[in-house]
Design a binder for this molecule. Structure first.
Ligand code: ZN
Length: 483
């Protein structure tokens, strides 16, 4: 018998609960009771209803499921391939050269693996920023994959092969929306496209489609070399900046654009690891905090890094504090107290994502909310104790391997560190087929070249202290010192 049949009550017993309320409470020794798809009670010594599955949460941390507001899930089929890319190389590979090779089954393979990965890491809601949908068959495959995994997803429909006005105006797109987007709260819907800054504003009809459908638009804004202030001004001047917009990155925008975003109520999705490696601009939380713009976190794409919001919290704290120190030290000052705190990034990873999606029923643990719950607990890990600063523990000590139990919509999808009712072997076979197909399509040389971009020439600087035959490890490994 399956211990966690859907519909069975679940009692998480005796954990340290982070409800993510306004007070940022920490509730030690507290139980969380889940009935159907909702949180029924939060409190001490709750009575387990008859037939309830009881999960021992002692020595663990119980928090809301995390929410990723921007992930190109189809790209997970190429996991890690672009580890050494810049954004330019990413654009060349996907937009210009090889994105068009992806078939519907390849979209399905990437989405399935990304969806499973999300659940495993405690990400209970993930926005699939799905810009590989070059036909409606690709879109059907994307939805089939999301529907096959018991998580909460938002399909952000996009197509990097066509201008947004073209694909969003096609009758088959409307037909797809009517067929597949049914208002079910496990599958939300957005439109995903970028605003180039062309003064004729060719994206206007796509914004009108979104308005007509009553759905949000998510857009990569403030991406160095790709999208700029011009796009934000066009959106503003044409009345398309609304509270439902999600602006991704916003790492190279002027203060004027931040003012416009703050004034019109949208949210920014910060993908710190992406901004650090790819080059959209400096991860912007240090700047947008000052504008009171709502923040959510995202991983962007697993072609570089894994879909792990622990990593997002950690890197965001680091990048924000780095910048604060750098700005102060440039003026000869010393930061003695950090502005960004651990509890804030935990909030961005949970409630921040819920707010960006316009949902008050997820992202926090309170009676009546949807039961999207994560238990962090790992009795085999020396990093699991002592838990002194609970938010600090989540942000800087815990990691995805410590995700013990995950519930989505009241259903247990992971328990005791193992996924429940998920066929990982089937997902692996699908991804292997996709990799094999793409590798054969590209040819060995192109495949290798894509994964190994040239390294710019660099020379080791003259070192006035180098007066012996001693060679540093950098020199030994191949670089040559100047004579
Ligand atoms: Zn992106």
């Amino acid at each position: 018998m399956n211990d966690f049949e859907p519909g069975r009550p679940v009692l998480l017993r005796g954990g340290t609960v982070l409800p993510m309320d306004d007070a940022r409470s920490v509730l030690p020794g507290t139980d969380v009771l889940v009935l159907d798809d909702r949180i029924a009670e939060v409190g001490r010594d709750l009575v387990a209803p008859e037939g309830a599955a009881v999960v021992d949460a002692s020595d663990g941390i119980v928090m809301p499921g995390m929410i990723d507001t921007h992930r190109h899930m189809w790209q997970t089929a190429m996991r890690g391939y672009g580890a050494d890319w810049t954004l330019t190389q990413y654009f060349v590979w996907y937009y210009l050269e090889h994105g068009k090779n992806f078939r519907p089954q390849d979209i399905h393979a990437g989405n399935t693996l990304a969806a499973i990965e999300a659940l495993d890491a405690g990400v209970t809601t993930c926005v699939d920023w799905s810009h590989g949908l070059q036909t409606v068959d690709h879109a059907d495959a994307a939805v089939d994959a999301l529907r096959s995994v018991p998580g909460r997803f938002v399909l952000a429909y996009g197509n990097l092969q066509q201008p947004p006005a073209v694909w969003s105006g096609a009758p088959e797109f409307r037909d797809f929306v009517n067929r597949r987007i049914t208002g079910d709260d496990l599958l939300g819907f957005q439109l995903a496209f970028d605003v180039t800054g062309d003064p004729s504003f060719p994206e206007k009809p796509a914004f009108e489609v979104a308005r007509d459908l009553g759905v949000a638009v998510t857009t990569h804004a403030g991406v160095w070399g790709a999208t700029s202030d011009d796009g934000i001004r066009l959106m503003y001047d044409n009345g398309f900046m609304t509270p439902s917009n999600i602006y991704v990155h916003c790492a190279s925008l002027s203060a004027d654009c931040y003012h416009r975003i703050a004034a019109t109520g949208g949210a920014i999705s910060v993908a710190t690891e992406s901004e650090q490696s790819a080059g959209q601009g400096y991860p912007p939380t240090w700047a947008i905090r000052a504008h009171r713009i709502p923040v959510s976190l995202s991983m962007d794409t697993s072609v570089w890094w894994s879909g792990d919001l622990f990593s997002a919290m950690r890197s965001t704290l680091g990048a924000d504090r780095s910048r604060e120190h750098l700005e102060a030290q440039a003026k000869g000052d010393t930061v003695t107290h950090s502005s960004l705190r651990a509890d804030q990034v935990v909030e961005w990873a949970t409630r921040g994502g819920a707010a960006a999606l316009g949902r008050s029923d997820i992202g926090s643990l309170a009676v009546g909310r949807k039961a999207d719950v994560v238990l962090i607990k790992n009795e085999h890990s020396p990093v699991s104790f002592p838990v002194l600063n609970v938010y600090g523990h989540v942000a800087f000590q815990a990691q995805r391997g410590d995700v013990h139990t995950v519930l989505v919509n009241g259903r247990v999808v992971k328990h005791d560190g193992r996924l429940v009712g998920i066929d990982l072997a089937a997902a692996r076979r699908e991804v292997e087929e996709t990799v094999e197909y793409l590798r054969a399509t590209l040819g060995e040389e192109e495949w290798r070249k894509g994964m190994n971009p040239d390294i710019p020439e660099s020379k080791v600087l003259d070192n006035p202290y180098q007066y012996t035959d001693y060679q540093s490890s950098a020199t030994r490994s191949g670089a040559t010192a100047e004579a």
